[in-house]
Design a protein around this ligand. Structure first.
Ligand code: NAP
Length: 550
């Protein structure tokens, strides 16, 4: 075995390594997995494609990128001294602040010596004879590992639509998820932003302030709520820190993994229109999305209940945007509110009152091509110096499908998932032993405070690996029938809600040809955790645990 450890995390010429656990991805999930596996006394190593750790927060450096969950919640809970000592300057941290936090964690827990940067894992093959994975990288690494943890992220495969002529564009173009490290100065430029999801909605107000003129190309209007971001109030921070263990415990049992939002018990239709309005106004002023998502128990299951909130937000848009035609285009009407990821903004709708901003409806006149000069829609051509694609990601399955993951002689995971992803608990895939997914499809991950869900998965996997070690188990494999039952349950829960109605990345609708399958588990993180804990307590029901075949 070659010792490839370096104190800087700079990749050395690693060739043959033997590990207990290979971890793919150096974001929040991969780093915590490394810390946990080390704590079990296992040899583990993170392989990260970027030249720094941080995952999402390393890549998404577009103007305005910031978290849409309050940072006192969106932070690791595993180390009390960390959460007590770290200070968040604003209610919602910016991308640089979160990246600084992640780098601090990496340093504080001495993680970088087992992180190999600039290394993209290209394949992973499991051998049923030895119960080992062989993981290979684009740099020639060949890693033999008992277990493989895919901490590859859910929104880590950026997607630029297949527009004709992009290569002919004379200006510069960028994607929100591959933003240049040094930033981009749009001063004096004619800029086009394509896409009005969370990324577009965050970058548009900031680009508008720099650009000479900004054209926003919108295909579908999204609901956006005010973040009401502000500097961190000392009393709020102190109150959190005095109570952190209780706050975290409450979050773990909640719907979305955030404390302060008890599960709702009242129907929106039980109360008067006046009372509902008061409530929505209060939530609007408070800021954030979780309040809306948790305000009434039928918000996400009953169209009439949902419509009351949707109309409230549309009225707000009409009240903010001065041009009624623009306001109407910005007012979403094709999906129930909350069934696509709710966006949070700072001054998004107000931006359309600026003279240097034009909203272009590419639903009625679609983009036909990118030209030398800019963007050509079915109606006309727009001259641009720069284009920012905020067109999203091949979500949830993209990063996994890009790696050739297979059992020797068998089909690749990408082929097995051709009709949509199937997992047991969103953690494991039948037919792929010793492989673990962090916040994979079939788990609440993307529908929750991600760090909480990451910690839950990593802790649960750590418990299982510890159990395996104590019982001389070398192979852990999800049972195909247990997986079928789990997939049926995930679908049943989704179908009892309004979620599947929307054409969102939750169903892969943004990727032409991707099978339409609702991927997250939406019964809530508390319910999910209880199910995972029951599985563990039962001796890992639904898994085949066996010793080596040798
Ligand atoms: P997204 O939500 O998938 O939005 C992509 C946008 O691009 C949509 O408006 C989409 O329109 C548009 N688009 C795609 N292809 C197009 C085409 N051919 N022509 C015209 N428009 C096209 O992607 P995102 O904004 O990057 O957000 C993805 C997720 O990342 C979010 O939902 C959120 O979970 C996460 N995120 C979080 C934060 C945060 O925490 N603050 C910030 C950014 C992102 P259609 O709707 O018509 O497809």
């Amino acid at each position: 075995m070659t010792d490839t450890r370096s104190p800087t995390g700079v990749a050395s010429a690693a060739r043959d390594q033997r590990l207990d656990v290979a971890i793919v991805g150096g974001g929040l999930a991969g780093l915590y997995a490394l810390h946990r596996m080390r704590g079990l006394g296992m040899t583990a190593r993170v392989f990260e494609a970027g030249n720094g750790v941080g995952g999402t927060w390393f890549w998404n450096r577009y103007p305005g990128a910031r978290c849409d969950i309050e940072s006192l919640e969106y932070s690791y809970a595993f180390a009390d001294d960390l959460q007590q000592e770290w200070t968040w300057p604003e209610r919602y941290a910016t991308q640089p602040q979160i990246l600084a936090y992640i780098n601090h964690v990496a340093e504080r827990f001495d993680l970088m010596r087992d992180v190999q940067l600039d290394t993209r894992i290209t394949s992973a093959e499991f051998d049923r004879g030895s119960d080992l994975w062989t993981v290979r990288s684009n740099r020639g690494d060949v890693v033999s590992a008992r277990f493989c943890v895919m901490a590859t992220g859910n929104l880590s495969t950026p997607r630029v639509p297949d527009f004709k002529g992009l290569e002919t564009f004379r200006g510069k173009w960028y994607h929100s998820g591959m933003w240049p490290t040094q930033g981009v100065d749009f001063t004096g430029q004619r800029v086009g932003v394509i896409g009005t999801g969370s990324s577009g909605i965050q970058m548009i107000p900031l680009i508008a302030r720099q650009a000479k003129h900004l054209h926003v190309f919108q295909r579908t209007a999204n609901f956006s709520l005010p973040a009401q971001n502000r500097p961190m109030e000392a009393e709020r921070e102190a109150a959190y820190k005095a109570n952190y263990p209780d706050r975290r415990a409450e979050a773990r049992g909640s719907g979305f993994g955030v404390s302060g939002y008890p599960l709702p018990t009242q129907s929106a239709l039980e109360v008067t229109a006046e009372e509902r309005r008061r409530k929505y106004e209060e939530l609007w002023q408070r800021g954030g999305s979780i309040g809306f998502l948790s305000c009434y128990n039928d918000f996400l299951v009953d169209e009439d209940a949902n419509a009351t909130a949707a109309e409230f937000v549309r009225e707000k848009i009409r009240g903010i945007v001065r041009d009624p035609a623009v306001a109407e285009l910005l007012a979403p009407s094709d999906h129930p509110i909350g069934t696509k990821r709710l966006c949070l903004d700072t001054g998004y709708y107000e931006t359309y009152n600026r003279d240097n901003v034009t909203l272009v409806d590419v639903r009625s006149a679609p983009i036909e091509a990118i030209t030398e000069r800019g963007v050509r829609t079915a109606e006309r051509e727009y001259d641009l110096d720069a284009i920012a694609f905020a067109t999203g990601f091949d979500a949830m399955t993209g990063a996994l499908r890009e790696i050739d993951i297979r059992v020797a002689g068998g089909e690749a995971l990408a082929e097995v998932w051709a009709a949509g992803p199937r997992t047991y608990l969103g953690l494991s895939v039948a037919g792929f032993p010793n492989l673990f997914l962090i916040t994979g499809p079939g788990s609440p991950g993307v529908k929750s405070q991600m760090i909480l869900s990451i910690e839950q998965h990593v802790d649960w996997i750590a418990g299982l690996l510890d159990h395996a070690r104590g019982h001389a188990i070398t192979r852990i494999e999800a049972d195909a029938e247990a997986q079928d039952r789990w997939v049926a349950h995930v679908n049943e829960v989704a179908d009892s809600t309004l979620y599947p109605v929307a054409n969102s990345w939750y169903v892969g609708a943004n990727i032409p040809g991707k099978p339409r399958v609702f991927m997250p588990y939406v019964a809530g993180v508390g319910v999910y955790r209880a199910k995972c804990d029951e599985v563990a307590a039962s001796g890992y029901r639904g898994f085949h645990l066996t010793g080596t075949q040798d």
